[in-house]
Write a protein that binds this ligand. Sequence first.
Ligand SMILES: C[S@@+](CC[C@H](N)C(=O)[O-])C[C@H]1O[C@@H](n2cnc3c(N)ncnc32)[C@H](O)[C@@H]1O
Length: 204
Amino acid sequence: MGFYSDVILPKLCDFAMRNKQLVPFRERVIGAAEGRVLEIGAGSGLNLPFYRPPAREVLALEPAPRLVTMARGASRGASIPVSLLEASAEAIPLGDHSVDTIVTTWTMCSIPHATTALAEMRRVLRPGGKLLFVEHGRSPDEGVRRWQDRLTPAWRCIAGGCHLNRPIRSMIEDAGFRIDRIETGYMPGPKPMTFMYEGSARPK
Ligand SMILES: C[S@@+](CC[C@H](N)C(=O)[O-])C[C@H]1O[C@@H](n2cnc3c(N)ncnc32)[C@H](O)[C@@H]1O
């Protein structure tokens, strides 16, 4: 498992996340970031080229060492300063209310204790700050949902802990955020993997 998770999985993650269909999502989500930004689960750094003022600096948090190395490479092409934090979202090494924006793109599916991670995001985000997200998750269609529940146990094992069936909207709301905007719908591709939630939220 070590070789798969430490070497193969980071390469697969980078390859899968380079999907061109994801670029318009990245442009919209990253384009709304402001001030001091914390990106959760930055992966290989594919969002980093999209940051521009009014984003002032990016703290790119990522627990997988190989992905941190890849993100460090990607940070050289960024137009604002980027610092890499090798850490988990379940224990964010930052002070209370110390960031203006939090970004998550296709990350909440993979965090083992997502509720703890969202509580940490709520803690470090300043009052009035924004949580910007695009995530795949639980479908509103019963037939698709059944497949998501059936596939998730095996999918988690091969896809780095990814859950297909997380209820993204209620997870965010239950963590103490008010949703300002949310758009949902399927992207092209197999329905259990492609129901997207894109939007923004603020601490209640
Ligand atoms: C599908 S990848 C998405 C990467 C990146 N956000 C993107 O859009 O390309 C999921 C990411 O979640 C990260 N992740 C998994 N568990 C995590 C945790 N506990 N804290 C923070 N990130 C985590 C993985 O290491 C991986 O980089």
